[in-house]
Design a protein. Structure first.
Length: 176
């Protein structure tokens, strides 16, 4: 920890594996090809969602739903991490302003402290620049995640509606 309360170096994050690394071959078959959340992906590269045939058995439907739910959870984790990084950036930016303000108001007698604060400020600005660049690079992925979430929600809602209609028709057939 440095004198002003932030880590000397940003801890390196473990490399995240793409969602396809956690999919079984059945899941890959159901979804056509695997979905990857790599940075810089274009929207047209997203895998179309699994289209369920009315005669698909409940096991296939359940595996497809589980795959989509798992994808939503991975997207959520990625988006939460992004939001935490944004909060960290804002905190660093506020700290930068506090340090600059202190430098402007401190007197000549605090020269040694001024040098330490100047060094801290320089390191902080480097961290801010690095994190800002990283967030700017990740922003398109977050926008794609938002679109993907909407698509998955529609699919899951449609699937649930079909299941309810099927259940209702079974009850109507049984009572007739």
């Amino acid at each position: 920890m440095s004198a002003v309360g932030f880590p000397r170096e940003r801890q390196s994050q473990d490399a995240l594996l793409p969602p396809s690394a956690f999919m079984t071959s059945v899941t890959r078959d159901l979804m056509g090809k695997t979905y990857s959340s790599c940075f810089g992906e274009a929207p047209h590269q997203f895998v179309p969602l699994f289209e369920q045939h009315p005669s698909a058995d409940s096991g296939v439907r359940q595996r497809a739903t589980s795959a989509l739910t798992g994808e939503l959870l991975r997207i959520q984790l990625d988006m939460v991490t992004y939001q935490q990084d944004r909060k960290q950036l804002r905190a660093w930016q506020r700290l930068k302003e506090v340090l600059k303000s202190w430098l402007h108001t401190s007197g000549k007698e605090e020269e040694m402290e001024k040098n330490a604060v100047c060094q801290e400020l320089k390191e902080l600005e480097e961290r801010i620049d690095g994190l800002s660049a990283e967030l700017a690079e990740r922003k398109p992925t977050m926008l794609l995640h938002a679109k993907r979430i909407q698509l998955i929600q529609k699919t899951l809602f449609h699937q649930k509606t079909e299941e309810m209609e099927t259940d209702c028709s079974v009850f109507t057939t049984l009572s007739a």
